[in-house]
Design a protein. Structure first.
Lengths: 270, 304
């Protein structure tokens, strides 16, 4: 049970252009709160700053201004406090083909976070932990899957391993950066469905970063629309999708494939 | 064998077309596909990775390399001028002259298929100096500029190198390149997959507009079914090397016959329709059963 609060987050990058430098504002004054059991979707075009927000939350980048508060207290910059923060805030990456090491077995991928975060020390404890994690993401028989290497699993199964790995430290907040965009369409909903189930079980706060408005609507409670580093529209999912206010949200919605619209015109042509 | 050669409305007929990969175990990537492509039609080819859709496209353009072999069937191209060409019978110089002139292709990951160390102009001119050697240099330059303008890229960009263009622009350049010789068929293999929705929409509008203007037929390959439903006239759904369903876009969407098509359609939550609770209503084991862990791996599966 953790709450992550972001207040007035800003990130500037300095670009060198010959003699002169230029400042690029990647994230500008972004605020939101991730609460247990709730999903917030961050949508926008590529280059809008969505992934920079994820990097800032994971402490992979340092913010230029603003604060990130975990349960009301600011994030420690180093030492035990930072380790505690990392245990609480975990990440599922976009590409399961790149985020798992091809040399290591699935068991290794899951045993290491368990050991590092003190969820087991002996081989037997770790093995049990690994099997428990695999069963939670429905990769059974767990002992068979644990022995495999990433290339022996399908994309969707690899992503489920990545989710299991993120759950290993026992986090309270999960950040999912386009978790299904690299997967085959028929298994995308399965992975999202599983993620939602695990979220309910663990009472996780989830930040779902995506450019797919349709899944954002169905998967999340609140949608934030990001454009050029700023949040231009926010609100309950259905409200943002069905009654968009900002021009950019309308543009995004118009661009998203919508077969019903085409069918309506096909019918009226007849 | 009955061919529809005489029909004016067809530009490409594919009969009983199969492709095998002769590896340690033979993988039957495309199995007995029958298709016909109408002149000026956009035919959508939907399917998941590994279903053989790219292999089929490569087979139609005779681009397959060993160990892939066309094991049965044939593809016949019916030219606008009234003669037929059996693609399997082409060799050497004839094949080289045929490719790109009659059937061209926009490759998967097209934005990365431009040569990074050669300017856009040189890459476009290459087509003309190979296929239209009679053109003078000035005419060539003129045509290259016209091509870029046709896909909505400024003529000045001829001097640029690929890394100076955005992903969407590179994609447009690739489409311009495929259109250079005004082919009668264009095969587009996932032309918009790596682009975000706004750029994707622009490119789709561009393709439809150019199709209306120039009247080429398009085979549009993707796994994004909603997108296909929007732009294509007919849709073929492919699975494990076979075409499981073929029908008009409206028909495939509203009355799918094959259960696999229904399953694919159900994989896309509706953007504006009824809010289904299928993601958050509790775990649906059926969704995960679509992706089972194979305990004893017997079949090698289809390769891309």
């Amino acid at each position: 049970m953790s709450t992550l609060e972001v207040r007035g987050l800003v990130k500037n990058y300095h670009l060198k252009q010959g003699w002169r430098g230029r400042r690029l504002v990647a994230v500008n004054d972004v605020s939101f709160t991730l609460e247990p059991g709730r999903t917030v979707a961050l949508v926008g075009q590529s280059g809008s700053g969505k992934s920079t927000v994820a990097k800032l939350l994971l402490q992979l980048e340092r913010s230029s201004a603003g604060e990130i508060l975990l349960d009301g207290s600011p994030v420690a910059r180093r030492g035990r406090g930072l380790a505690q923060y990392r245990r609480t805030v975990q990440m599922v990456f976009q590409d399961p083909f790149a985020s798992l090491n091809p040399y290591h077995s699935i068991a290794h991928h899951l045993a290491r976070p368990l050991r590092l975060h003190g969820h087991g020390r002996t081989a037997a404890e770790l093995e049990e932990g690994v099997h428990r994690l695999l069963e939670r993401v429905r990769l059974t028989p767990a002992d068979v899957v644990a022995r495999r290497r990433p290339h022996e699993l399908s994309g969707g199964q690899r992503q489920r391993v990545a989710i299991a790995r993120a759950l290993a430290p026992g986090p309270g907040i999960l950040i999912a950066d386009e978790p299904v965009s690299m997967l085959d369409v028929s298994i995308r909903l399965g992975v999202l469905n599983l993620l939602a189930e695990l979220q309910r079980e663990e009472n996780l706060g989830v930040l779902y970063i995506t450019h797919d408005l349709a899944t954002a609507r169905h998967f999340s409670d609140e949608i934030l629309v990001m454009y050029r580093g700023e949040i231009v529209e926010r609100g309950p999912s259905d409200q943002v999708i069905l009654d968009p206010q900002h021009d950019y949200t309308k543009l995004l919605l118009q661009a998203a494939p919508n077969p019903e619209k085409r069918l309506a015109t096909l019918r009226s042509d007849r | 064998m009955s061919t529809s050669a005489g029909q004016t409305g067809t530009v490409l007929t594919v009969e009983d077309f199969s492709v095998d990969y002769l590896g340690e175990t033979t993988v039957r990537a495309v199995r007995h596909v029958d298709l016909s492509l109408g002149r000026g039609e956009i035919l959508g080819l939907a399917g998941e990775s590994g279903c053989g859709k790219s292999t089929l496209a490569y087979g139609l353009t005779r681009l397959l390399k060993p160990p892939a072999v066309i094991s049965s069937g044939r593809a016949v191209f019916h030219s606008r001028e009234g003669y037929d060409i059996d693609l399997g019978a082409l060799h050497g110089e004839d094949l080289r002259a045929f490719r790109w002139d009659k059937i061209s292709m926009v490759f998967q990951g097209a934005m990365n298929s431009l040569n990074p160390v050669i300017s856009i102009r040189a890459q476009l001119e290459d087509i003309f100096s190979t296929h239209r050697p009679e053109l003078s240099r000035a005419e060539r330059r003129q045509r290259c500029g016209d091509l870029l303008e046709r896909v909505g890229v400024d003529r000045d960009r001829l001097r640029s190198y690929p890394h100076e263009l955005s992903g969407g622009m590179r994609q447009r350049v690739m489409i311009a390149m495929a259109m250079a010789l005004e082919p009668q068929v264009m095969i587009m293999d996932e032309p918009t997959t790596a682009l975000d929705v706004v750029v994707q929409r622009e490119i789709l509008l561009e393709i439809t507009r150019l199709r209306d203007e120039l009247g080429f037929a398009v085979v549009f390959i993707t796994h994004d079914l909603p997108l296909l439903l929007e732009i294509s006239d007919r849709i073929a759904v492919m699975r494990a090397g076979e075409i499981t369903e073929l029908g008009s876009a409206a028909q495939v969407y509203s009355q799918p016959e094959h259960p696999y098509t229904e399953q694919l359609l159900a994989s896309f939550p509706s953007l504006t329709g009824q809010r289904g609770d299928f993601i958050r209503a509790g775990l649906d084991e059926r969704l995960l059963d679509l992706d089972p862990v194979r305990v004893a791996d017997v079949d090698g599966g289809a390769s891309r």
